[in-house]
Design a binder for this molecule. Structure first.
Ligand SMILES: [Cu+2]
Length: 255
């Protein structure tokens, strides 16, 4: 009895002094590089395209988005969407529940689910910032070049992204081609805005990036620097277990 108590204490003690142990375990749960080709959302008259890359490390994500052809010099809300019950894809013409010939954000819900990450340039990145228009890119020249690292997400969201179930959506369209957000139809998300300001413009489902891919990203991949750290974490786990066993053996021999 005394021996097993000692062993437990030794192992616990070792773990407490090694914060890497928990981090390495959590990181292994949801790691991976994903990418999405951003294409025009059906029915919304957008002629834009782009690429999004999301690297997942535990519950941190690094995101880069490059897009062009968007309505220039107007804020474009951009999000990662995910819903457990969603189709994990971009909406199609048949998602036009109202039959008005365009797709608003709500009509896309069955395809991509609710907002789980707001791709703001600064500050909060939670769904609460979904329409923080002053913190999203205004697409100068119609282009977005976005990069933000180490965004904290829940483990469920991290897993959904790594598993290829999340969707990147950039909002803001110009149905009447007059160069600004206007029109009589109010936004389904915020009635103080015209629907043009929030309707989905380009969309892409995030899937595992091809091996050796992500070479085109301006933000690049931070995984080369991560690998030694994770390897070190794994080594420390082994070392801790080894030390614990050794100490326990010594204790047993002394008794
Ligand atoms: Cu969105």
């Amino acid at each position: 009895m005394r021996h097993s108590t000692k062993l437990a204490t030794v192992v616990l003690g070792a773990a407490a002094t090694l914060p890497f142990v928990g981090v390495a375990t959590a990181a292994a749960a949801a790691d991976g590089s994903t990418m999405a080709n951003l294409r025009p959302v059906a029915l919304n008259g957008v002629d834009a395209s782009g690429t999004a890359m999301v690297d997942v490390r535990g519950t941190r994500i690094d995101v880069t988005v490059a897009a062009s052809g968007l309505l220039a010099d107007n804020p474009h809300a951009a999000h990662i969407h995910f819903g457990a019950d969603a189709r994990h894809e971009c909406p199609v013409a048949s998602d036009d529940a109202s039959g008005d010939g365009t797709l608003n954000t709500t009509e896309g819900g069955p395809a991509y689910g609710p907002v789980v990450v707001s791709l703001t340039k600064t500050g909060d990145t939670s769904p609460k910032s979904g329409l923080a228009v002053d913190r999203f890119s205004t697409a100068p020249g119609g282009k977005i070049s976005y990069s933000r690292g180490s965004i904290h997400v829940s483990s469920g969201v991290a897993k959904a992204i790594a598993d290829g179930q999340a969707v990147v959506v950039v909002h803001g369209v110009d149905h009447n081609d007059n160069g600004k957000y206007d029109g009589d139809t109010k936004s389904d998300l915020d009635p103080s805005l015209p629907t043009e300001a929030t309707d989905p413009a380009v969309c892409g489902a995030l899937h595992a990036a091809p091996a050796g891919g992500a070479a085109t990203g301006a933000g690049g991949s931070s995984s080369p620097q991560q690998t030694p750290l994770l390897a070190l974490g794994g080594g420390l786990v082994l070392a801790a277990v080894g030390t614990g066993a050794l100490t326990a053996r010594r204790a047993r021999n002394r008794a």
